[in-house]
Design a binder for this molecule. Structure first.
Ligand code: PEP
Ligand code: MN
Length: 337
């Protein structure tokens, strides 16, 4: 339920209404905007007496939130949420590009990549340390050493770090070493992991599962938000369809859909969506044209010899030329990059 208060309702009155509502065993989330204040009421609101004189005195309107996601719902939070990843704000006018290798492979590799992507305009570095691979025989990541190497790259370049967490028991290990957790497509519905990340105060970049609906995606975000962590970034990375030419099918419509359903920032991963480096630029352009708040792009110093996802990784030259085109396009859609 959403209660829109009349202009000029004082904080004291807001406190009184919140106190009155909490007798109904619901949680009240006040959202104070520049002009209006709304109260998001989460829980079983069926017994709240909408005609109570208490409410009517201050209330402009009351709306029911039909969708099962409440905190992720734009109705609860009409303004766009800005997520701060180590000083870089995602969800505002500036489009943020996160780039880096699929996997951290060594110090020289990650530091060199960090320097190059920074000089082309990337604002955040990515790189997997724990790699959930389809085959148990494939490279599984450098694990804890990978986290240390990412921190060396950060010390050299100042770029904040996003890296994937696969295990709820690893949260403590990651805190202080990452600026943003990544939850991979395979773990979008790992609820134990989402609950632990909800307790943390570090942003979470949540990827959509291969076969999940937007509602399921937003319900996974809801797990994190309901734990008290309000810093969630939604990432569309391609879904399974009957098409086999591309690794996945980029669901461009997810951008306007998610932006209208939710206040959370939406970014696109064109690398896992296509699986092919030569397509990454086109899909990135399409994402920006459709209103994405950012991109996550795989870039490698030597794609042919990458330990994972080489075929979809851009060379430095490709990344640099893509970034130039994206900058020009961003201006056309009244954004910056
Ligand atoms: C990745 O970002 O390297 C990754 C494994 O992505 P996804 O979870 O989208 O497959
Ligand atoms: Mn990858």
């Amino acid at each position: 339920m959403i209660i829109v208060l009349k202009n000029g309702t004082t904080q004291e009155e807001i406190n009184k209404i919140s106190g009155w509502l909490s007798r109904y065993n619901v949680e009240v989330c006040p959202i104070v905007g520049a002009e209006t204040t709304i109260l998001g009421v989460v829980g079983d609101t069926s017994s709240i007496d909408r005609n109570s004189a208490y409410l009517s005195e201050y209330v402009d309107k009351i709306m029911k939130v039909q969708e099962p996601y409440k905190r992720a719902n734009r109705k609860m939070h009409p303004e766009d949420t800005l997520v701060n990843v180590g000083g870089i704000k995602i969800g505002g006018k500036k489009i943020v590009v996160i780039a880096g290798p699929c996997s951290v492979e060594g110090e020289e590799q990650i530091v060199d990549i960090a320097r190059h992507i920074k000089s082309s305009g990337a604002a955040v570095i990515r790189g997997g340390a724990w790699k959930p691979r389809t085959s148990p025989y494939s490279f599984q990541g450098l694990k804890a050493e990978g986290l240390e190497l990412l921190n060396i790259a950060k010390a050299e370049t100042g770029l904040p770090i996003v890296t994937e967490i696969t295990n709820p028991m690893h949260v403590e290990k990651f805190i202080g070493k990452v600026d943003c957790f990544q939850v991979g497509a395979r773990n979008m519905q790992n609820y134990e992991l989402l609950i632990e990340l909800g307790k943390a105060r570090i942003p979470v970049l949540l990827k959509r599962g291969f076969s999940n609906t937007l509602e399921e995606f937003l319900m996974s975000a809801e797990y994190i938000l309901s734990g008290g962590n309000e810093n969630v970034i939604l990432c569309e990375r391609g879904i399974r369809t009957n098409e086999t030419f591309t690794r996945n099918t980029l669901d461009i419509s997810a951008i306007p859909a998610l932006k209208s359903l939710s206040h959370l920032p939406v970014i696109i991963d064109p690398s896992h969506a296509s699986g092919m480096a030569w397509m990454v630029e086109s899909l990135s352009m399409a994402a920006i044209a459709a209103g994405a708040d950012g991109l996550m792009i795989e870039v490698h110093n030597d794609p042919k010899n990458a330990l994972s996802d080489g075929a979809q990784s851009l060379t430095y030259e490709m990344f640099d030329s893509t970034m130039k085109k994206l900058k020009a396009l961003a201006a056309v859609v009244d954004r910056e990059l």
